[in-house]
Design a protein around this ligand. Sequence first.
Ligand code: HEM
Length: 166
Amino acid sequence: MLTFKKEKAKKLNSNFGYMFETGFFGTRAPFFMDLVTLIVSLLPFLVAVAIYFAKDKRYKIHAYLQIAIFAFSVIVLFYFEYGVRVIGGFDTFMQNSGVSHNYAFIVLIFHIVISVITLIIWSTAIFAAKKLIMLKRHKNMGLITFTGVSLTSLTGIWVYFLMFIF
Ligand code: HEM
């Protein structure tokens, strides 16, 4: 049983080993961090495109795009969490940073608070879309979501700089 588990862990490691090799931005970050940061920095633009379809009254495309972007983001979040857990988390990333641990930690908490609030508002904007449209609150909720996604993106890039560039 134990050998079986070890074999499985080995196979998993060799399948996902690429995640922990040097990334493509030429910084100290591993590959998965570069990939996730790139996707997160593009998210506000993707959401803006989806909102544009609503402005253009093409509501079906607007809805499908919003659902697709949200689902994709949740998958990316799991991929990110897996990578961070395997590597050992924030403290491991901070080992080679020239920035004070406390300062980076405060920025990280700020980023986490904004991203969790955004995730809750974003899922409400999607799962309660029909109800919010009837109440004429959907547009407002959508714009708050867009602001949240943009702030999540900016604070995420900020954390990336503190851990892997400075
Ligand atoms: C399945 C999910 C969704 C459906 C079915 C849907 C549907 C609609 C519909 C029918 C409208 C026009 C009616 C109105 O303005 O109240 C609209 C507008 C809008 N939606 Fe969504 N939506 C969805 C998700 C989202 C999400 C997640 C966001 C935010 C990121 C968003 C942002 C907006 C915005 C900002 C407008 C107003 C556009 C304008 O200026 O006219 N929507 N949506």
